[in-house]
Design a protein around this ligand. Structure first.
Ligand code: ADP
Ligand code: MG
Length: 611
């Protein structure tokens, strides 16, 4: 093909794609414009996840009637005058591209009245062409209605996800801005139903309550200036100020998605700063667990370049290390001040501690009741049925698990294809690994991974037979979930029911848990549900079977014996027997190995016994 200039219309659409990726991008640009216009109240109404209609109404300054067309022109902005201004940006917008881009790929109706003018104006643009222009009355402010987004851009339309996913993006976005601007009242509705509202009273804690719920906020501590009296000088580090809220380590999360960062009022994605927050929790969180935090960073506009990303989601700092350590120190300081002084660990009291941790933290090995080699099974402080129950291997005591386990036992593959030889237990190592002997040599079995596998196969079989045993909670547990997760949870209630969770919406973002899978009877239900929601949130609407597997894996992970737990000989024997009966005993449900095998010939080689 010969080189040709693209038609103007196509150029615009291609450029628009950089700004407008999905309905949430429209909401973002419109909300930023409203904030820049000094709005005190911003209302967002969406239909079908914003694919059909997005309406953003504000009570800001409004647009002068004679500038309305101009506002929709490319590179038209009231926020930037010269190149110098570009290094001193104090508004959220500055490129003058958003309205033009949005109008190029949708039908936009703008109704606005400037606060110094008598009447307002209506302008409608259909995929780049003005189709209506008339005077109209309204109170000062602006209402932008965007309809049929991407209807004429099939390539883009194809990439939109389900209504539910688009909705979740909008929810996440709006709650973020509500956190960054507590003095603005944000209201969000989907299909006529209110999904979120902030008070707009200027109090960040009140917004947190709306977004994350009371349970979470109880566990959150103020950071930086939020921690000080309002009249004390700000706790600025250099000229960087860091404030916000962070959750105590006990309220952790399965991924990084709950670490929310703002730079000068702009939500940003920044892997390094996210890491700074995680670093602040160093040794306070288990590996693979992440904190929940809302961090607001302010620094002189000249020290941050906001013009590096099409959607303005990333920024560049003049001194990234200074910002990194300011964030890390502010969060760390607040955490250390809030946490109780740690007790010297005792493996006997707290069985979650591994031998290594106990030794590392200075406990003299000699006065501990641990056999360093771990050989020779120690008696657990628990006894009899208690011990069996704890391991969840309940052969001879009536337990909810029994039904599932019996169902499993009836399946043919166990007797026909034993996947593991019979093993003889030799002992436990570091309260984490079971040492066993088999015909082919030595086996080191990860007790946690092994138990996960056993539970998983039982639950999965029970699920296949439609027989997951559920346990009624004596007192139903009310769980608050973040606004952005509530909808998702609602959509998956049926799937969860199949797995033994009977959960009902209880108004707002609260849910009532009535039953749980029987294996979870002793679990912290609220914490478990939060983890399950986090699992559901991963990725885009997977198949139902996939979701179920995720939930089951989560249950197994929570309910299985932990590393660091001292096991009695009968417990180990029962666990290994159950593992022998598994279909895939050599990996845990997450795909990690449950055991390492050292063959006799390898031992001979290592000892130099072979000639
Ligand atoms: P930018 O925000 O980068 O200036 P936009 O295309 O988003 O570019 O908006 C263009 C201009 O339209 C803005 O500079 C502003 O003057 C005006 N404008 C847009 N939305 C609003 C609003 N909600 N209230 C007042 N003015 C607005
Ligand atoms: Mg803008």
């Amino acid at each position: 093909m010969a080189i040709q200039l693209l038609p103007e219309e196509l150029v615009t659409r291609i450029a628009a794609g950089e700004v407008v990726e999905r309905p949430a991008s429209v909401v973002k640009e419109m909300v930023e414009n409203a904030i820049d216009a000094g709005a005190r109240s911003i209302r967002v109404d969406c239909v079908e996840g914003g694919r059909r209609v997005i309406r953003v109404a504000d009570d800001g300054s409004g647009i002068p009637a004679e500038e309305v067309e101009l506002a929709f022109a490319h590179h038209a902005t009231s926020k930037l005058r010269s190149a110098d201004d570009l290094s001193q940006i104090v508004t959220l917008g500055f490129r003058g591209e958003a309205l033009a881009s949005i109008a190029a790929v949708s039908v936009v109706t703008c109704v606005t009245r400037h606060r110094d003018e008598e009447s307002g104006a209506l302008l409608r643009i259909d995929n780049g062409k003005i189709v209506a222009r008339e005077p109209i009355g309204r109170p000062p402010g602006t209402t932008m209605t965007v309809e049929h987004l991407f209807a004429k851009v099939p390539a883009r339309l194809k990439f939109l996800k389900s209504i539910q996913t688009e909705r979740a993006h909008i929810d996440g976005l709006l709650t973020r801005y509500a956190l960054a601007y507590p003095h603005i009242q944000f209201t969000l509705t989907h299909d006529g139903r209110r999904s979120f509202q902030s008070l707009g009273n200027g109090n960040l804690r009140d917004v947190l309550l709306e977004v994350y719920g009371a349970t979470a906020v109880e566990k959150m501590i103020p950071i930086g200036t939020e921690a000080n009296e309002p009249d004390r000088p700000t706790q600025a580090i250099g000229s960087i100020s860091v404030r916000g809220y962070a959750a105590l380590p006990e309220y952790d999360h399965a991924n990084r998605s709950k670490i929310v960062l703002f730079v000068n009022g702009r939500p940003v994605q920044d892997a390094k700063l996210t890491y700074a927050v995680i670093q602040a929790y160093h040794t306070l969180l288990m590996t693979g667990r992440y904190p929940l935090a809302v961090i607001l960073i302010e620094l002189p506009p000249a020290d941050v370049d906001v013009n590096v990303h099409p959607a303005k989601a990333e920024v560049r700092f003049r001194d990234p290390d200074a910002v990194f350590s300011a964030v890390q120190r502010a969060v760390r300081r607040a955490l250390l001040a809030a946490l109780p002084v740690p007790e010297p660990p005792s493996v006997l009291v707290d069985q979650r501690l591994s031998l290594n941790t106990a030794l590392e933290t200075g406990a003299a090995a000699g006065n501990r009741e641990i056999d360093r080699a771990g050989l020779g099974p120690r008696q657990s402080p628990l006894s009899g049925a208690e011990t069996w129950e704890r391991v969840g291997i309940a052969r001879h005591i009536p337990s909810p698990v029994t039904s599932a386990s019996e169902a499993t036992a009836n399946l043919p593959f166990h007797s026909i294809h034993p996947q593991l030889p019979a093993l003889r237990i030799l002992g436990q190592l570091a309260a984490t690994y079971i040492i066993a002997e088999g015909p082919e040599g030595l086996y080191l079995i990860d007790q946690h991974a092994a138990h996960e596998r056993v539970l998983y196969e039982r639950l999965w079989t029970a699920r296949e037979l439609g027989q997951v045993a559920a346990q009624h909670l004596l007192d139903p547990v009310a769980v608050d979930v973040p606004a952005e997760s509530a909808r998702l949870l609602e959509a998956e209630l049926e799937v969860l029911q199949e797995l033994g969770f009977q959960i009902e919406p209880f108004g707002g973002n609260t849910f009532l848990v009535r039953t749980v899978p029987a294996v979870m009877a002793q679990d912290d239900i609220a914490a478990a549900l939060r983890e399950i929601i986090a699992d559901l949130e991963m990725g885009d609407a997977p198949l139902q079977r996939d979701l179920e597997a995720r939930v089951l894996r989560r249950i197994c992970k929570r309910m299985s014996i932990k590393a660091g737990q001292v096991l009695a000989y009968p417990e180990m024997a029962a666990l290994v027997r159950d593992l022998e009966a598994c279909e895939s005993p050599r990996t845990c449900p997450h795909g990690r190995p449950t055991m390492i095998q050292i063959g006799l010939s390898q031992l001979e080689r290592e000892f130099g016994r072979t000639a």
